[in-house]
Design a protein around this ligand. Structure first.
Ligand code: AMP
Ligand code: MG
Length: 528
């Protein structure tokens, strides 16, 4: 498209689906509607802090085309592009296991959609551009620290090859937002920001649950039909979906969700708030809040302070929680199908897909090609070793890739020592790891594959650079002082997470000791 072509937004969602007739923007329960019209706030001092060049190119919407000042106005919500009719979505959700009723886009405003260079529709959504009817008791705003985290992590996940909503831009509003970060009666004014998120759909499990819970089967059907036609068109066998298409759709959601869980486990991503309103109907990673990255491998770790007691959303629990969430979605979709059997079958297939997917993923991480009856035990023995001495998961797999496996291993190779948070482990941890390494060596040698081939294959599935919690926090500390160097360095390096980059070793390091207990580095509050 020529650079002078004006950007025009479309609004298929609001054309096709019923909207809220109330046009005034006040907090309320919104019945019989999928969306409410809403205007973003004006931020006259908005300033562009960062934008994703790869995504801008994909969307053909960039500061180069719009001009930096206009781009900042548009992506803070202060100026609407032609065709834009902003709206907020109505949805509900189960939060921490309990039905929470109406939630909705409390601080997200959809501007409209564009077609990207691949012909795919993409919705542009601002997060933090002001209140909506769904804001409940909150202000509709977002602080810089959480916006920067969402911006960086969305793009990092994309470059890791993991399904996710994207982030086009990070704009400082120029205003402050008051937050009590630790919920301890110490509110402070923090810089505000707006992220422009991008996805083919922002519908969540809770988008369907809300209509089922309100006993609105006609609206449920309308939204389901719309979703299938628009984002699962391959499942449409006739003009309108029938019972079989709804069942196939739920099955597809289960499969995508299983694939997503395998991917999170592969890279050590912990979402932190897997409520059903934070589960994408497309199987994307969505709603980056108090997420975190596994540094010392620990299946019990949750980054979310609100989750510290129950640890519902801990790393190792994510596949089970996703299944629990899918069961809630199955209940919500039941009225469309009227039969539990296909829903149960899809849930069973979720379990199989996750288990098989996990084994294949782990085999890939270990650079093994041929399935073996002993695989499950081999993987579990490794994870057990990780519990004996604090081991940096990301660094371990990269070091393992570099290991030349020839003779029997009698001392722990130096390359692996660098992955530990403690000094060389005493027995029995050291012995357990030695045993495991020799077991692994036997498997690798059986496959008779050149060392360099195994290494390259492992480097393609084991990232070297991930958005370590303390790295994000350093970028935040600087950005709050108006320094953007760390932010830009991280976003650039994380575009090639599998590829070792010169002079960037400091971004592939174990968590430093100072970060162990610091807020934002090991635990995160939901306040954002
Ligand atoms: P979350 O757990 O962050 O996904 O948010 C749960 C619900 O709270 C969603 O409906 C959000 O839109 C809403 N919410 C979170 N923060 C704010 C805020 N600052 N203003 C308005 N709504 C919010
Ligand atoms: Mg949410």
């Amino acid at each position: 498209m020529h650079s002078s072509t004006p950007i025009q937004l479309d609004n298929d969602f609001i054309r096709q689906l019923p909207g809220d007739p109330e046009l005034r923007n006040f907090r309320r329960q919104v019945g019989l509607a999928c969306w409410s019209q809403v205007e973003p706030l004006q931020f006259p001092n908005a300033k562009l802090l960062a934008w994703s060049r790869p995504l801008a190119q994909q969307l053909r919407v960039s500061p180069d085309l719009l001009g930096a000042a206009r781009f900042a106005r548009v992506f803070s919500g202060s100026e609407l592009l032609p065709g834009s009719r902003p709206y907020a979505l109505c949805y509900g959700g189960h939060q921490f296991g309990n039905w929470a009723g109406q939630l909705g886009d409390g601080r997200a405003i959809n501007l409209g959609e564009v077609r990207d260079v691949n012909g795919q529709h993409q919705i542009l959504q601002l997060k933090g551009a002001g209140p909506t009817p769904y804001s409940r008791t909150a202000d509709g705003l977002a602080v810089l620290r959480s916006s920067l985290r969402e911006y960086l992590c969305s793009e990092a996940m994309h470059h890791l090859g993991i399904p996710t909503t994207r982030a086009l831009s990070l704009v400082a509003t120029g205003d402050t937002v008051v937050r009590d970060m630790f919920y301890d009666g110490n509110p402070r004014a923090e810089p505000g920001a707006v992220v422009c998120r991008v996805a083919p759909s922002f519908l969540r499990f809770g988008s369907y649950e809300i209509f089922s819970s309100r006993n609105e089967p006609a609206l449920l059907k309308q939204l389901a039909d719309y979703t299938i036609a628009r984002d699962f068109p391959q499942l449409l066998t006739a003009n309108t979906p029938d019972v079989a298409s709804y069942a196939a759709w739920f099955d597809a959601i289960c499969q995508r969700t299983a694939g997503l869980m395998v991917e999170w486990m592969r890279v050590g991503f912990v979402h932190g708030v897997m409520n059903t309103d934070n589960m994408s109907i497309l199987g994307l990673t969505i709603d980056y809040g108090p997420y975190g990255w596994i540094e010392p491998y620990d299946p019990h770790w949750t980054p979310n302070t609100t989750d510290a007691q129950g640890r519902r959303y801990r790393f190792g629990q994510q596949p089970q929680v996703a299944l629990w969430n899918l069961v809630q979605l199955a209940n919500a979709l039941f009225p469309l199908i009227g039969d539990v059997k296909p829903l149960e079958a899809a849930l069973d297939r979720y379990r199989d897909a996750y288990e098989q997917g996990w084994l294949t993923m782990m085999r890939n991480k270990l650079g093994l090609v041929l399935p073996h009856g002993d695989d499950q035990q081999l993987m579990e023995a490794l994870l057990h070793c990780f519990t004996l001495v604090e081991t940096d998961m990301t660094l371990f797999f990269r070091a393992l890739a570099d290991l030349v496996l020839a003779d029997e291993i009698t001392v722990i190779p130096a390359g692996l020592q660098a992955c530990w948070y403690d000094a060389a482990p005493a027995l029995p941890a050291g012995q357990a790891l030695l045993d495991w390494l020799n077991r692994y060596r036997t498997r690798v040698l059986q496959e008779d594959r050149p060392q360099s081939q195994r290494q390259t294959a492992m480097q393609q599935v084991n990232p070297l650079y991930v958005l370590r919690n303390w790295l994000a926090q350093q970028a935040i500390d600087e950005a709050e002082q108006g320094e953007l160097g760390k932010l830009h360095e991280l976003e650039e390096v994380l575009q090639q997470p599998y590829h070792q980059q010169a002079g960037k070793d400091h971004l592939a390091q174990k968590r430093p000791e100072w970060a162990r207990q610091r807020a934002g580095c090991s635990m995160l509050s939901c306040s954002s």
